[in-house]
Design a protein around this ligand. Structure first.
Ligand code: FAD
Length: 424
């Protein structure tokens, strides 16, 4: 028999779960804290930028079945990511074939690994000594910069299964991820889901097959079951403005949420008058450097004069209180170092800037998940509903080869909706 379901959070996981459930006649109400759907998919379109700017998710990291199928269904175009990768060290530019220097050697050792250990332990065991200094630096930079992982905690086996897929082609969505959000919202609404924006949930009271969610302004919503899709950062900071009290308490699950790693990201988009970088490298794609903003990318092959800078992992967390003005300054210093250009030139060239600090975003409190050594076990517990009434979903609960992505959130949202329907 169809049931009534509350879904907390209108990100990729929540919208996907809502779409599945409502397609099969369940009465779904989505409760979202923000004034928009999409969560960590957030495209902004302003006249100061010549292209839509992604403040959150930007790439499709490979031939990802659920994402690509949805994009095709929605007739949303996507294009391969192109361009050269450059490493800049001590003012010298080197072309790089892979994200990690010595990738083949690294993958060989990773294949031989039987027992899990942290990435730091793995590097100390298999790549010690001066000979491997560049490889160690490059692995650390990739694990931190790409996965947001703290290498003293991150699981090597989990990163191995992800990195094996890294050589796949990646895609950009020129019109922005926002189109995917709009498509999912339109489908949910057509299937009679109620979408309540501006509804931060503060409290969930529950007993078997009966849930009451209380919003910040006192409104209450009731249903047979609830799927909670709030980000890991919100679960982990129990006293945050966005955190949700659950009565009766679910202590083992709360502890399990703490066993999964969650990164922080500061992302900056800078539009300039001219794509001055083309004088250095005509087909510039990605830059990896040792600057405060170490990672940058262009829109190549699109000629837009837009550069995106990225700080991830422990370093991003240390800048979370700096504020947008300061971060914009750090970004320009970083570019001055990379290109050997005067700061004043970059300031004169700058047309528009957008800084997004996801660690400071109250409804995310971080960026995306990574596995620590106990994460798999924790995730097994969180995949089980509590009394067939409380269900958990979101990118952090996905088990597959593309963690921390929109694909992970969409897949997990779909799986959790199906599990709920089987457990009527
Ligand atoms: C900077 C950045 C770059 C990224 N780049 C990529 C990329 O290139 N490619 C890729 O595939 N993925 C990328 N990701 C990851 C991807 O965006 C996420 O994995 C995915 O969007 C997560 O979806 P979700 O539904 O699990 O969570 P979310 O999208 O975070 O949705 C959860 C929702 O819950 C809401 N919420 C929180 N608290 C409450 C509350 N108390 N009451 C009600 N609602 C609440 C939030 O507002 C949010 O809308 C990136 C993420 C970030 C931050």
């Amino acid at each position: 028999m169809p049931s009534s379901v509350l879904i907390i959070g209108a990100g990729a996981a929540g919208l996907m779960a809502a779409r599945e459930l409502s397609a099969r006649g369940h009465a779904v109400t989505i409760l979202e804290a923000r004034n928009r759907a999409g969560g960590r998919m957030h495209t902004i379109q302003t006249p100061s930028f010549s292209l839509p700017v992604e403040t959150g998710a930007e790439f499709v990291h490979g031939k990802l079945p659920v994402t690509l199928q949805l994009l095709q269904e929605a007739h949303i175009s996507y294009t391969p990511v192109e361009g050269r990768m450059i490493e800049v060290q001590g003012g010298h530019w080197h072309r790089q074939e892979h994200f990690v220097e010595g990738w083949d050697t690294l993958m060989e050792r990773l294949q031989e690994l039987q027992q899990d250990m942290t990435v730091q332990q793995f590097l100390e065991t298999h790549f010690s000594g001066a000979r491997y200094e560049a490889l160690r630096r490059s692995v650390q930079r990739f694990a931190e910069g790409y996965d947001g992982a703290d290498i003293s905690k991150a699981s090597t086996l989990a990163l191995r299964s992800e990195w094996e897929k890294e050589e796949e082609e990646q895609y950009h969505i020129p019109g922005g991820y926002e189109q995917l959000t709009d498509f999912l919202v339109a489908q949910c609404v057509r299937q009679r889901c109620q979408l309540q924006l501006n509804t931060p949930i503060k409290h969930i009271r529950w007993q078997e097959r009966c849930v009451e969610a209380v919003a910040e302004d006192g409104r209450t919503f009731t249903a047979d079951k609830v799927i909670i899709t709030i980000p890991l950062g919100v679960w982990q900071q129990e006293n945050a403005k966005s955190s949700i009290a659950i009565t009766p308490a679910i202590d083992p699950q709360m502890e399990a949420f703490r066993q999964i790693g969650f990164s922080a990201v500061i992302k900056i988009s800078l539009e300039f008058k001219q794509p001055f970088w083309q004088e250095y490298e005509k087909e510039l794609g990605f830059i990896f450097s040792e600057e405060i903003f170490p990672t940058w990318w262009t829109q190549h092959p699109h000629p837009a004069p837009l550069l995106t800078g990225w700080i991830n992992g422990p370093q991003a967390a240390s800048f979370t209180q700096a504020g947008p003005q300061k971060m914009q300054q750090y970004a320009l210093y970083s570019l001055a170092g990379i290109f050997g250009l005067p700061l004043v030139f970059l300031e004169q060239q700058l047309v528009a800037a957008q800084v997004t600090d996801w660690g400071a975003d109250p409804y995310t409190l971080g960026a995306y998940s990574y596995d620590m050594l106990p994460s798999q076990e924790a995730r097994q517990l969180l995949q089980q509903p509590v009394a067939n009434t409380l269900y958990f979903a979101g990118e952090a609960l996905y088990t597959g080869a593309h963690p921390g992505t929109v694909e992970a959130a969409l897949t997990n949202g779909k799986e959790v909706a199906n599990r709920l329907m089987q457990q009527q």
